[in-house]
Every structure is written in C-alpha cells, then in structure tokens.
Design a protein around this ligand. Structure first.
Ligand SMILES: [Fe+2]
Length: 546
C-alpha cells in the first residue's frame, strides 16, 4: 500500500490531501477546522503555518498513522525560488519564505510525531497542473495553469500524456494575470487573494469599453505560449475604493475591462496550447481557473471539445495536486476525480447527539428529499448539510443554503442572511437532464465552474438566479453522482415544474463554510433560515420558537 500526504501551506488556503494507491481518500482545507477564512494571512511570514488539523484528519480518515506515510508532497520547490540574500526580511521577505519552506520537515516532525519520511518538494505549478490533468477523466489533455505566482512564474502551459507532463510554456514573474486581478481586487476595496470573485460579479454591471483599450495595450499574449502584463496605473483610471464604500460606474467599468481582457488572454493562451498539443481536451487549475465567466467563454468559444476545471483550483488544490504528482512519479496509476465531497462527514448518531445536546426538537421525515422539496416550494430557506464536505470554495449540495429561484426577492433574502453585498448573484443547481432546456451551451458542470446564459423563456421563471447580465453560474446535478440532491430537486420540480433550486454556500460573510453539525446549528441560529436538514434529521425554526 502506498500512502501519500499532500500539503499546501506556502501562500494561502492551507490544505491537506491523502492519496492511497492512486485513490484520493480525503482532502480538506484548514479553514474548515480552524474557522479562519482562507486559513491564514497571505503573507510570507506565515509560510511556516502548516494545515495541522487538516493533515491529521486526512490521515485519520485514511486510517493511517504518520509512521505509515510513504511520502509527503509539498507544493512549492525552494530550489526553484529566487536565490535568497542574507537578510530574510529584504526583497518582500522572499528569503524568509524560502527558509520556512526548507524547514518544513522540522515543522512536520512537530505536527505529525512518528513521521518517518522527508518532504518531496513539487514545483508549485506542476502541483496545480497535476490537480487538473491527473485528476481529470481524460487520459491526455492540454493543461493550463494561471495563478498569482509560484516560485518564479505565474503560469504553466503543458501537455499531459502517457502518464507524464510536458511543460511547453511558463511565464515568469513579474508578469502575472492573477496578480493583476488581485491588484484590481484590492484597488476596488475588496480583500486581495480572497475576493476576486466579487470583481467578476461587479464586472457584469460595467462597460468594458471605457478602459479596455488601456488594458489591451498593457496586457497581451506574446505568441510563444506566454504573455506580458506591463504595469497598469490603476489610480489613473479609477480612484481607489475604500472597503465598504459605495461603488460607482467607474469601479464597475474597471472591473469589466480587466475581466474582459483576462478572458481574451486566456482564450489566446488556450488556442496556442491547442495548436501546440492537438489535444481535444483542456484541463485548468490555478486561482484564475475559478473565474467561471472566463471558463464559460473558453468552453463556448475555445477550440476544445472538453474543458475540465479542478474544483479546488486555487492553492488549496495543490495539496491534492502535489500528492498526485508524486504518485505519478512513483509510477502509480491515479484514479480520476469523481467527487469534491472529500472532507468530513457525520453519521446519524453523531448528528443526533449534537441536536440532543442543544435540546432542540427535531424530526426524521420518511422521505427527506420530498420534505425539503416541499419546504422550498412553500418559500422556506433551507440549510442543507449532507454527506462529506466539499474540497474547494464552492458548495455543491453538501454544505448549502437552498431556496426557491422563482421568487426574485430570494436573492436579497439570501444576501441578507449571509450579510454580503447586494450585487452578488446566487447560483442555481439544476437537474442535469433538464439543464440544456434552461441554459445555453450547457456541458456537465457538477462543480459549478462555468457561467451560461439563461434562455429568454426562463429568465422570468427563475429570476433569483439570473445575474444582471442574463447569465448564471450553474451546477448540474446527476442522479447517479448525487442521488439525494437530485431527489430533492425532483421533489421541488414535481411541485413547481421548475427543476432548479438556488444553491449558495452554507456560511455567513467572512466565515468558512460550515463543516460540522455544530457549525451548521450555529449558522442556523444566526439568521432567518427556516429549516435545517442535518443528514436525515430536520429542525424547523417555527417549532424551535414554540
Ligand atoms: Fe497557486
């Protein structure tokens, strides 16, 4: 038996994964345990902080002790990083980061007593790439990684075939599409390395034409598989917005311009890769691959028959990717990724014990999916806590808040419950066999990573999930992969004729998604959520109030 522990810790979103004989048995982000969003501050002097709880839990889930681990894969290679000078505080703390990464074996010895192996450092972008191409269903693919930065690059273009990754292009820093998007995120008053999706949402309200010319001048593919990002004086285009300040047209216009330029360059890079590899499928990872609008354009306008995106495309996914890269190096065949539900799960007895401790009334409906479908059709907001938690930033029907998409007011209601900005859309989950009827150009999208236009005849039927630009970020739900979620959607459809339910992550603003039954109860108690479905057990707010 071969057990590989993958670790991401260097920049942000610390996470762990365990791969046993090529099969991913557990993967989880530290934030779900520590309850600190994104796990830690994205600064070099936090590079030492390991995902201690996630690592311990992943090993326990796999049923192995630290002493049984055959390899530890770490998604950053200090030998590729810039040569450090003597002052570890100089040059943006680069030397301190490298020093901490070299000391990882010592930190691990403290965190996982009994560990007997050293650390395999995997190049950051190779780890991202493996999380996509090794995990994807295709045996061969073009692979595109785009993020803020790795050791010295911000990009990898390659080909995965015959069990190996050929790197065909790599764009060195300072050129970085991810860092440009982060700069714009911070300029627009949002949190860097965290709130980039808010810029994407805001972009839909803007006119890209106002600043697109400047962006096209400064940011471009270079024809050799890479790109350049020349410095952009953002303040000359748009005054910086302070956090919480009202946003205006100028902010939305800047967001729209950077968004459209990102899409154009991603398309150029993907086309270059298609010419270089001839592969019919492309796989994506890196934080930029969480940009569902760019992914949607690539799927619709790009040259590929299939686009597969790793759901944990940000740095959290490099925990899994580094483990898969090391497994591949050891000649192990790796099983394709079939579900993002790789985190913690709870059985009925454990859930019941939490409810009893809270002295809450609860029921066990004979048909949970039907009971929840009925409640949603009747206007309830439902906390839906089922099975194992998701790896990656999206709630995919395991730690979700659900409501009726026919009621336009439900968008504001959800944003109010979660305490988030009004311009943020909520996303729909839809039965896979009905999706093409409602959305344009749908391909299976079980991980909610593509945006599609809502067909005109459906816009007024599901107003809560139609973004201002007429699109929606959809999750398709298949009976085979997600039988309980599909049954709930069918129960809602039987009553309403609409096979769509609003699905947003089960958390409040600034907090990680709920992970345990207790977190779910705390969140349920913090806002007007009508019903909580914790596994097979249901708590109703109206009964709690009696
Ligand atoms: Fe990254």
């Amino acid at each position: 038996m071969s057990t590989i522990l993958g670790v991401n810790a260097v920049f942000h979103d610390p996470a762990a994964a365990v791969v046993v004989d090529g099969v991913t048995v557990a993967a989880a982000e530290e934030e779900r345990f520590s309850r600190r969003k994104h796990g830690k501050e994205p600064v070099p002097f936090s590079a030492w902080e390991l995902p201690v709880e996630a690592m311990r839990w992943c090993l326990a889930e796999a049923g192995v002790e630290p002493g049984d681990v055959d390899a530890v894969a770490y998604s950053y290679d200090p030998d590729l990083a810039p040569t450090p000078g003597p002052d570890v505080t100089a040059d943006d703390w680069e030397a301190l980061r490298t020093l901490y990464v070299r000391r990882v074996p010592r930190f691990l010895a403290t965190a996982l007593p009994g560990l007997r192996v050293g650390v395999d450092h995997v190049a950051h972008h190779v780890a991202h790439a493996a999380s996509a191409c090794v995990a994807a269903p295709d045996d061969s693919s073009a692979v595109l990684v785009l993020d803020g930065r790795g050791e010295v690059a911000s990009h990898l273009g390659g080909r995965w075939h015959d069990g190996r990754l050929d790197i065909l292009a790599s764009q060195r820093l300072p050129h970085s599409l991810g860092l440009l998007y982060e700069e714009v995120t911070a300029h627009l008053g949002f949190r860097r390395s965290s709130d980039e999706y808010k810029v994407m949402a805001l972009a839909s309200y803007g006119d890209p034409g106002r600043f697109a010319g400047v962006l096209r001048e400064r940011v471009a593919a270079t024809g050799d598989g890479g790109f350049r990002v020349d410095p952009v004086q953002l303040a000359a285009l748009c005054p910086p917005r302070r956090p919480g300040e009202e946003w205006g047209a100028v902010h939305a216009d800047l967001a729209a311009a950077v968004q459209i330029r990102l899409e154009e360059v991603v398309l150029d890079l993907a086309r270059w890769l298609h010419r270089a590899t001839g592969e019919p499928a492309i796989t994506l990872a890196g934080g930029v691959a969480l940009n569902c609008v760019a992914n949607g354009r690539l799927a619709a306008e790009g040259p590929y028959e299939r686009v597969w995106v790793q759901p944990a495309a940000g740095d959290a996914g490099t925990a899994l990717g580094s483990a898969l890269a090391v497994a591949t190096r050891r000649g192990e065949a790796c099983a394709p990724f079939t579900t993002a539900a790789l985190g913690r799960g709870w059985d009925e007895a454990e859930i019941e014990a939490v409810l009893k401790a809270a002295e809450l009334p609860y029921e066990r409906p004979p048909d949970l999916a039907d009971a929840v479908g009925a409640a949603l059709a009747g206007g309830a907001v439902v906390g839906w806590f089922q099975g194992r938690s998701e790896y990656g930033p999206r709630a995919l029907g395991h730690r979700s808040l659900l409501c009726d998409p026919r009621r336009a007011e439900n968008l504001g209601r959800m944003n109010a419950i979660k305490g988030r900005e009004e311009f943020r859309p909520v996303a729909p989950m839809v039965l896979a066999d009905r999706a093409a009827e409602i959305f344009d150009g749908v391909q299976p999208s079980p991980y909610m990573l593509f945006v599609h236009r809502v067909r005109p005849e459906w816009v007024d039927r599901i107003p809560a999930v139609v973004h201002v630009d007429g699109t929606a970020r959809i999750q398709t739900v298949d009976d085979r992969d997600e039988p309980l979620v599909a049954a709930m959607l069918r129960a809602f459809e039987r009553r309403t004729g609409v096979p769509v339910v609003v699905n947003t992550s089960f958390n409040t603003a600034g907090r990680p998604m709920v992970d345990t039954p207790r977190h779910a109860l705390e969140c349920f108690g913090s806002g007007p959520i009508d019903l909580l479905a914790l596994g097979p057990l249901v708590v109703c707010r109206s009964e709690v109030a009696q």
